[in-house]
Design a protein around this ligand. Structure first.
Ligand code: ADP
Ligand code: MG
Length: 246
């Protein structure tokens, strides 16, 4: 059983082809990084497999089910810029939303749900912020709250789009440690990550995109000078920032 199985995925926005003939499979229980230059289709890939944008594909399955069937088993945290941070919501309520799939329609959260939400905030070190407005938090704190919400949902597959952008070093540590713990518990975590410098350290598997699949596999294979050059162009300034295997 694959956590994600995609065959022949094509996505276009009017005249722009964002993804072409993309086929890829990820086994469950690993930490996967999606890398590639700006505009490579990384966010598009996540949105397409979540069924949030129209896409053509021969197969898209999440945890062996259709996207619709798997919905409650999958948590998605969009790119920071795609979230309205001025929306007035308390931290605890933002996490409680994660319990809704279990609640069903019209049911109010119970004491147990609140206790679960608080426990999830504790796992990301944000319990002291439960009554704050989400908009008052720093980028790193907001990202931790969204992760707490994914925990409350008890999702088996987590899809995170650029979770480290605009995040302080302390929060980045907390987040990556938690992602590793979740991976060790058997969950599958897929992270869009455009900064290559930590890619080898953070991920078990990398998928390098550039409108098409450029490479997928262990970081040491994917971060090979030739593959990186192919996707990013041979900009030396860029390559010097990354330790590529030659
Ligand atoms: P990445 O996340 O890798 O930076 P995206 O998936 O956001 O890339 O975008 C892939 C391509 O699709 C880019 O060329 C982008 O300009 C285009 N694109 C993304 N979203 C839209 C949209 N809503 N309408 C039109 N074009 C879009
Ligand atoms: Mg993106």
């Amino acid at each position: 059983m694959y956590a994600i199985e995609v065959e022949q995925l094509n996505v276009s926005y009017f005249e722009t082809t964002a993804l072409e003939k993309l086929s890829v499979r990820f086994t469950a229980g690993q930490l996967v990084g999606i890398i590639g230059p700006n505009g490579a289709g990384k966010s598009t890939f996540i949105k397409a497999i979540m069924g949030l944008i129209p896409a053509g594909a021969k197969t898209i399955t999440l945890l062996g089910q259709s996207t619709k069937e798997a919905r409650t088993r999958v948590a998605y945290v969009p790119q920071r810029s795609a979230i309205d941070w001025d929306f007035p919501i308390r931290v605890l309520d933002a996490v409680l939303i994660g319990c809704y799939p279990k609640l069903g329609l019209f049911k109010r959260p119970t004491k147990q749900h609140r206790a679960l939400a608080v426990a999830c905030l504790e796992r990301v070190g944000m319990q002291d912020y439960a009554n704050r407005q989400i908009g008052e938090l720093s980028g790193g704190q907001q990202q931790r709250v969204f992760l707490a919400r994914a925990l409350a949902q008890e999702a088996e597959l987590l899809l995170l789009d650029e979770p480290f952008v605009g995040v302080d070093a302390g929060s980045e540590r907390v987040i990556i440690d938690l992602l590793r713990t979740l991976r060790n518990e058997g969950k599958t975590i897929v992270v869009v990550h455009h900064d290559l410098s930590k890619a080898a350290d953070y991920f078990d598997t990398l998928m390098l995109l550039n409108r098409q699949l450029v490479a997928v596999g262990p970081p040491k294979d994917v971060l090979h000078a030739k593959t990186i050059e192919g996707a990013y162009g041979n900009s030396l300034a860029f390559l010097q920032k990354v330790e590529v295997t030659s």
